[in-house]
Design a protein around this ligand. Structure first.
Ligand code: ADP
Ligand code: MG
Length: 271
């Protein structure tokens, strides 16, 4: 839902980041307001996951320029745990398995950390079980998954559902979902997408990262951004995703080639 006067939740300005001294993000600009659903699309290797990891504060990624503000505060100076506590949620492309840690206990600790930041009381095991059982409905998940180790032996679809369950419990302000659709069959996709739709509200925002149009048939984005070579090349409404479906990414590649050629010429012009 687009409301021009809604508060800005995430403001990314000219963000540049490297991995192992190799520049990946080369100036990303993105403004996300409350109530909005954004989709970032792009070929493999365009920097989509890098963007989500930089926003989450992953230690392997070094920010080399630009800024990110979350509800007006400098996000980049917060450690990853603080970012999560204040309401940033990252659903990973490849959710990690944590053998030996009960899913229920993991979800309880995470939920309580978030609740204490919100000034809500901590939930003991019993109170938490009530809450989690209620939220299981969002992803139509079997309670048996609570008693297993976090994601251990879960199928791709079950891991993604578990992520949306986490999201349902944490009630994030900005949720970033990286390739939530990858590896999902159509039923799991509908359940996961249905969960995301149920959790969207006028007070929060969702950033979906995907390279398939099919997720966007079940979650309607307000904005679609096309990422290539570490930048957002073009932004538009939901029709941009349909256009990409028709045209493919060839025009994107051409535009990137022109940009890179221009960047190479630039030193000559300057000197
Ligand atoms: P996408 O999610 O759009 O497929 P990524 O952000 O995963 O793209 O990757 C963008 C580029 O950054 C790729 O060329 C990839 O090889 C490189 N990259 C990402 N993470 C690392 C890493 N940890 N080490 C080395 N290179 C990386
Ligand atoms: Mg990726």
């Amino acid at each position: 839902m687009i409301r021009p006067d809604a508060p800005v939740l995430l403001e990314i300005r000219d963000l540049q980041a490297s991995v192992e001294d190799q520049p990946i993000l080369k100036g990303v600009n993105l403004t996300i307001r409350a109530g909005e659903v954004h989709a970032v699309m792009g070929r493999n290797g365009s920097g989509k996951s890098t963007l989500s990891k930089v926003l989450a504060g992953h230690p392997s990624y070094t920010v080399t320029g630009g800024s990110v503000h979350y509800r007006g505060d400098n996000l980049l100076e917060l450690d990853p745990e603080e970012r999560a506590r204040i309401g940033l949620f990252l659903g990973f492309q490849y959710p990690v398995e944590i053998p030996g840690v009960s899913n229920l206990e993991f979800l309880r600790v995470a939920t309580n950390a978030r609740r204490s930041q919100q000034g809500a009381e901590e939930l003991d095991t019993f109170a938490f079980e009530d809450l989690v059982r209620e939220r299981l409905a969002v992803v139509q998940m079997d309670p048996a998954f609570l008693d297993r180790s976090v994601n251990e032996g879960f199928s791709g679809g079950e891991k993604k559902r578990n992520e949306i369950l986490q999201m349902a419990l944490l009630e994030p302000v900005v949720a970033i979902l990286d390739e939530t659709d990858s590896g999902l069959d159509i039923d799991a996709l509908r359940i996961v997408a249905g969960g995301v739709n149920q959790l969207a509200s006028p007070d929060n925002a969702t950033l979906l990262i995907t390279h398939y149009q099919r997720l966007l048939e079940v979650i309607t984005p307000d904005y679609v951004h096309v990422m290539a070579a570490g930048r957002i090349l073009r932004s538009g409404g939901k029709e941009l995703a349909l256009e990409l479906e028709r045209t493919g990414y060839d025009w994107v590649d051409e535009q990137v080639a022109r940009l890179e050629a221009a960047a190479e010429r630039q030193p000559l012009e300057v000197g």
